[in-house]
Design a protein around this ligand. Structure first.
Ligand SMILES: Nc1ncnc2c1ncn2[C@@H]1O[C@H](COP(=O)(O)OP(=O)(O)OP(=O)(O)O)[C@@H](O)[C@H]1O
Ligand SMILES: [Mg+2]
Length: 267
């Protein structure tokens, strides 16, 4: 049994959430408009939407990096007002500190909280081996490929066994093959850990492949246009799923929403 299986997934409740950015020079920007969303513990939810629709804003609100303009967010029934210890974040760029080796990057959240480093070293090693980076503790970020760096960023987000893992287009910058491998690894990791995942992407295929539920957002100001349950058995095999009529049906439904909203236009 993996030592990471202990973390139960967190429940998330978002009520009437809006975000208006107040800018000094120009008009205010409404990024999110009255979002309501309930996420079941341990589920994998993907959010897709056009560029600028407020996806990263939603993630920043959940991570308490910015305050909401209206509405409330609850994690396991508790309203959040500051970064929650149960929440781990993976950003689009890996955000590794170049002057720290792999181990010290993964242990950063532990140091910030003044937890015992020694206690978490073994866990860091386990995480590394689970993402295929056995023995990489002493490497420098500059010695790693983009995919490896993103794996280290995922380990750093998982070191505290977060009940909620927030991922903002984590594979956006990767080549197609590495991306495919990361998607498969993420699926395997999630089935081991059992945490709740909110995965932001503009890849419709990867959203459908990974998620229990795909939330489709409208162009700005972001609202929820479609909340689609993805009913396909797990573990999902890459080729089998991508060739299945069910997968293609889900992808088509999402594309139709984007076409109807003028997000995808034939030219
Ligand atoms: N700090 C900020 N100040 C003012 N406006 C902002 C700020 N951050 C984001 N915005 C605006 O809010 C809107 C939503 O931005 P956000 O980054 O959430 O979109 P996104 O869906 O993540 O886009 P992308 O897919 O391109 O990453 C955009 O119009 C953006 O310009
Ligand atoms: Mg974004």
């Amino acid at each position: 049994m993996s030592m990471l299986a202990s973390g139960r997934g967190a429940a998330v409740r978002i009520v009437d959430l809006s975000k208006i950015y107040e800018t000094r020079e120009s008009e205010d920007v409404q990024a999110l408009d009255r979002i309501d969303l309930d996420i079941e513990p341990g589920s994998f939810v993907a959010v897709v939407g056009p560029s600028g629709c407020g996806k990263s804003t939603l993630l920043s609100l959940l991570a308490s990096l910015i305050p909401p303009s209206t509405g409330r967010i609850f994690i396991d029934g508790q309203e959040i007002r500051r970064p929650h210890p149960k929440v781990g974040v993976v950003f689009q760029s890996d955000m590794l500190l170049y002057w720290r080796n792999v181990l010290d990057n993964i242990l950063l959240p532990i140091e910030i909280k003044h937890f015992n480093r020694g206690h978490y070293k073994e866990k860091a090693a386990t995480l590394l081996s689970q993402v295929g980076l056995d023995g990489f503790e002493n490497k420098w970020p500059s010695e790693l490929s983009g995919g490896m760096r993103q794996r280290v960023a995922i380990c750093r987000a998982l070191i505290q066994e977060p009940g909620l893992l927030l991922m903002d287009e984590p594979f956006g910058a990767l080549d197609a093959l590495t991306r495919e491998q990361m998607i498969m690894d993420l699926q395997a990791m999630w089935s081991r850990v059992g945490n709740t995942v909110l995965f932001i992407t503009h890849g419709i295929d990867e959203a459908v492949f990974l998620a229990d539920r795909v939330i489709v957002m409208s162009p700005r100001p972001g609202r929820i246009d479609l909340d689609l349950a993805i009913e396909m058995p797990r573990p999902r095999q890459w080729t089998e799923v991508h060739e299945s009529p069910k997968f293609r049906h889900y992808v088509r439904r999402i594309r139709e929403i984007f076409e109807a909203k003028g997000v995808l236009v034939e030219r």
